[in-house]
Design a protein around this ligand. Structure first.
Ligand code: B16
Ligand code: MG
Length: 222
C-alpha cells in the first residue's frame, strides 16, 4: 500500500467556477422573478444542476411552480448561460498551488483524476489549459448517485486502476468530503465549512497545497 493517485474535485479546488455558476443562476433567477444571492449560491456547491435549481425554487417557496419538463428546460437555459461564461476562462483562473502540485504529482509517477459532478468539467479543463494533466475524468452524466455517495470517487479509482485506499481525494464541499471518506480514500478538505465528518487534513486555501505536504500527511485507511 502506497500513495498512487490524487483525485480532485473541480469547482473550488482546481478553479473557482462557483462564481460563474452564480452569475448564470442569477441571470435565470432574474428572468423568472426569483430571489437568489451569493449566500444561497454557497449551498449549490457540489450539487447537481437540477438539484441546484430545486434549491433556488425551494428558497422562493416555488418548488411546485414548474413541471419536471419545465425545470429541465430552465436548468438547460442556465447551462447555456454558464457555458458562455466558461468560454471566458483562461489559465489565470487556475487556483494557486494547483498547477505545481499537478506537475510534481506527474514527476513522482502519481495518477490524477477529476471527480466533478459538472458535465462541463472537460471544457473547463480545456479552457484553463489543464486537460493534459489528468489521466481520467469521471463522466458526470453516467454517475447515478451524487456526493455524498462515494460513487464518483470510486469510479475515478476504477478508471485509474488503483485501490481507493491508495488515493488522496481533494474537495471543498462537505458532501464531497463524506464521499471521499466513504470511498475509503484519505480526505483533504480545502476551505470547507465543516458540518459533518472532518477531513483527514484541513487546509484553508489551495495555496497551502504541495505534494510534499500531502505525502508527509497521507495515511492509508487499512
Ligand atoms: P454542471 P464540482 C459542481 O462542480 C458545482 O459545484 C455545482 O455548483 C454545479 O451545480 C455542479 O457542478 C453541476 O455542474 O451544471 O456544469 O453540470 O464541485 O463537483 O466540481
Ligand atoms: Mg467543489
Amino acid at each position: 500500500m502506497a500513495l498512487k493517485a490524487l483525485v480532485f474535485d473541480l469547482d473550488g479546488v482546481i478553479t473557482d467556477s462557483a462564481e460563474l455558476h452564480y452569475q448564470a443562476w442569477k441571470r435565470l433567477s432574474e428572468e423568472l422573478g426569483l430571489y437568489f444571492d451569493r449566500e444561497q449560491n454557497e449551498a449549490l456547491k457540489g450539487v447537481s444542476r437540477i438539484g441546484s435549481f430545486e434549491i433556488i425554487l425551494r428558497n422562493n417557496n416555488k418548488l411546485d411552480a414548474y413541471t419536471e419538463e419545465e425545470k429541465e428546460t430552465l436548468a438547460n437555459r442556465k447551462n447555456e448561460y454558464y457555458k458562455e461564461l466558461v468560454e471566458t476562462l483562461t489559465e489565470k483562473d487556475i487556483l494557486p498551488g494547483i498547477q505545481q502540485l499537478l506537475i510534481d504529482a506527474r514527476a513522482m509517477g502519481l495518477k490524477t483524476a477529476i471527480a466533478s459532478v459538472s458535465r462541463n468539467a472537460p471544457r473547463v479543463l480545456e479552457k484553463i489549459g489543464l486537460s493534459d494533466y489528468f489521466d481520467t475524468i469521471a463522466d458526470a452524466a453516467k454517475v447515478k448517485r451524487s456526493k455524498p455517495d462515494p460513487e464518483i470517487f470510486l469510479t475515478c479509482a476504477e478508471q485509474l486502476g488503483v485501490d481507493p485506499v491508495d488515493c488522496i481525494g481533494l474537495e471543498d464541499s462537505q458532501a464531497g468530503i463524506e464521499a471521499i471518506l466513504s470511498a475509503g480514500m484519505y480526505a483533504v478538505g480545502i476551505n470547507v465549512t465543516i458540518t459533518g465528518s472532518s477531513p483527514d487534513l484541513i487546509l484553508s486555501s489551495t495555496s497551502e497545497l504541495s505534494l510534499e505536504l500531502l505525502v508527509r500527511n497521507y495515511l492509508p485507511k487499512k
